[in-house]
Design a protein around this ligand. Structure first.
Ligand code: NAI
Ligand code: HPV
Length: 530
């Protein structure tokens, strides 16, 4: 049974699939402090949040069972991604579900700003019929500058065209071609500052975007500009904005987000007649809340059930077509890594992974994560997973080399894992996925083999002499260890050889000791592949 904690108000309809799942138990506890979360998070396999819960490194460290933090929305700036990656916790978001809703809120804010709706409303319900103080402006024929032309920014631009606005767009990823297709003029930030009548920001808050609109930008800004921020507090410098309004540079501003939320009672925005505000309502519609909760619940279910998932924030995105090709290799890759690590007696210094055949045609990074997980879990156990395996290898100064080549010594696909120890010794295991037959280990060091990578195995190195197979068989028989299959590989008659036995159960230590005491037997190692 998996336990899921929902710590922010998330749509009931959206999380219905979690509530109804037989293997899931959902607890809803909103408004918890960091200490309260630290105290209970150890019980949970998944945490679902919006923007109120700050998921700190302390919470991640206490979250010994946590596999996933699901953000029912876009922005993950309330989640310590670095700490999540270090703890091997997958962070996913629901990037598409609230795009239109937030775009519409941006428009609501822009129109309310142009027509002073909140101020006029307050005065009217206060009993004053004031038709003189609220002379507005039209959007038609005005220039709108859009900073950040991602999902929301693009939708805003589309709708602004219907209002007869000219649109200047800036985004580091916006190409001339895409801008033209959307009917947007590709612009620099300075172009927007100097020419726009309205400006709306739709970027995430990053070190680069923090205060990207501040005193120097206000200094060159077109006089009378109106600014909307439904993205993240801090993209526009709040104090500099208030100064720019006082200096007559900015005519008005509409903000849904704040540098610190909720803002203090004496926050200057709350007492300025030219600034209108909403309490981070951009994503708050019935439709968006259902969409994001459905999306995130679906992915959380996949992750808990060990099924393929999407929208991981702390892992690079992988195209579905690539994922479909790689998926069948994940189990094999992890087992090859695990096998190689289990036969390595020394501390590993270098990991080399060679992909060949059809695997050379795809981006294999996700598969590399599985192989590294297999290698690292020998010593780190369940601490290593596909989220943190690259990170764990890096912090342990392991040199990871990955190569790709089309040729495969006759296989359609081949994965070769080579571990080099500090003393320069190497252990190599190669495997393939045989169409119709499944996973096979086809090489162990210099020996060609054909072994199913599963269960309990004993890898023996010996000198190729008559009687050795009988001796090994007798000893295992005496110790009640049943042999399911056995293979022998040698390079030349009478030379070095290996034997790989699949047995039905755990191999007791004294069996290994007994094996290496047999004549002509050099080493015996146990490998367990689950
Ligand atoms: N007020 C609210 O309730 C909501 C706020 N948001 C916020 O809105 C923002 C945008 O969301 P989406 O459009 O879904 O994200 P997105 O990822 O689709 O778009 C963000 C765009 O910003 C661009 N960008 C990054 N750095 C930039 C820079 N220095 N200058 C210009 N552009 C830059 C990116 O290239 C990207 O295209 C996010 O911060 C998100 O958290 C989203 C939903 C609801
Ligand atoms: O999705 C986002 O980035 C948002 O800012 C929405 O936040 P919320 O889920 O409404 O707390």
């Amino acid at each position: 049974m998996f336990k899921v904690l929902v710590s922010d108000p998330i749509s009931d309809l959206g999380i219905q699939q979690l509530v109804e799942a037989n293997d899931i138990e959902v607890d809803k506890k909103t408004g918890l402090s960091e200490d309260e979360l630290v105290a209970i998070i150890g019980d949970y396999d998944a945490l679902l949040v919006r923007s109120q819960t700050t998921v700190t490194a302390r919470i991640m460290q206490a979250a010994t069972k946590l596999k996933v933090v699901g953000r029912a929305g876009v922005g993950v700036d309330n989640i310590d991604l670095e700490a999540a990656t270090q703890s091997g916790i997958i962070v996913i978001n629901a990037p598409d579900g609230n795009t239109i809703t937030t775009c519409e809120h941006t428009f609501a804010m822009m129109m309310a700003l142009a027509r002073h709706i909140p101020q006029a409303y307050a005065k009217t319900i206060g009993g004053t019929w004031d038709r003189k103080s609220f002379l507005g402006v039209e959007l038609r024929n005005k220039t709108l500058g859009v900073l950040g032309m991602g999902r929301i920014g693009s939708e805003v631009a589309k709708r602004a065209k219907a209002f007869g606005m000219d649109i200047l767009g800036y985004d580091p990823f916006l190409t001339q071609e895409r801008a033209e297709k959307m009917g947007v003029k590709l612009a620099s930030v300075d172009d927007i500052l100097q020419h726009a009548d309205f400006m709306t920001v739709h970027t995430p808050l990053t070190p680069e975007t923090k205060h990207m609109i501040s005193t120097p930008q206000f200094a060159i800004m077109k006089k009378g500009m109106r600014i909307v921020n439904c993205a993240r507090g801090g993209v526009v410098d709040e104090l500099a904005l208030v100064e720019a309004i006082e200096a007559g540079i900015v005519a008005g501003a509409a903000f849904d987000v704040f540098e610190s939320e909720p803002p203090q009672a004496d926050h200057p925005f709350l007492h300025n007649p030219h600034i209108i505000v909403t309490p981070h309502l951009g994503a708050s519609t019935v439709e968006a809340q259902e969409n994001v909760a459905i999306d995130v619940s679906e992915q959380v279910l996949h992750i808990l059930r060990d099924e393929p998932f999407k929208n991981a924030v702390n892992m690079p995105p992988v195209a579905a077509s690539v994922m479909n090709k790689l998926q069948p290799y994940f189990g094999l890759g992890e087992k090859l890594g695990s096998f190689a690590a289990q036969i390595s007696a020394q501390a590993i210094q270098e990991i080399r992974i060679d992909y060949a055949g059809e695997l050379s045609e795809v981006d294999t990074q996700p598969l590399t994560r599985y192989i590294l997980k297999g290698i690292l879990s020998r010593h780190l156990g369940s601490e290593a997973n596909i989220v943190n395996s690259l990170h764990l290898a890096k912090v342990r100064d392991l040199n990871v080399i990955v190569t790709s080549a089309p040729s495969t010594r006759g296989f359609t696909n081949l994965i070769t894992v080579t571990l080099t120890a500090q003393d320069g010794s190497t252990q190599q295991v190669a495997g393939t996925l045989l169409s119709g037959y499944g996973e096979r280990i086809v090489r162990i060091n210099d020996y060609s083999v054909d072994v199913l990578p599963a269960g309990h195995q004993i890898l023996v190195s010996h000198t190729d002499k008559p009687g050795i197979i009988g001796n090994v068989g007798s000893l295992l028989g005496q110790k009640n260890v049943n042999i399911a299959s056995m293979q022998v590989g040698r390079k030349i008659e009478g030379g070095e050889a290996i034997m790989i036995l699949t047995v039905d159960k755990d191999v007791p230590k004294d069996v290994l000791v007994g094996l290496v005491e047999l004549p002509n037997l050099n080493t015996a190692k146990v490998v367990v592949l689950v």
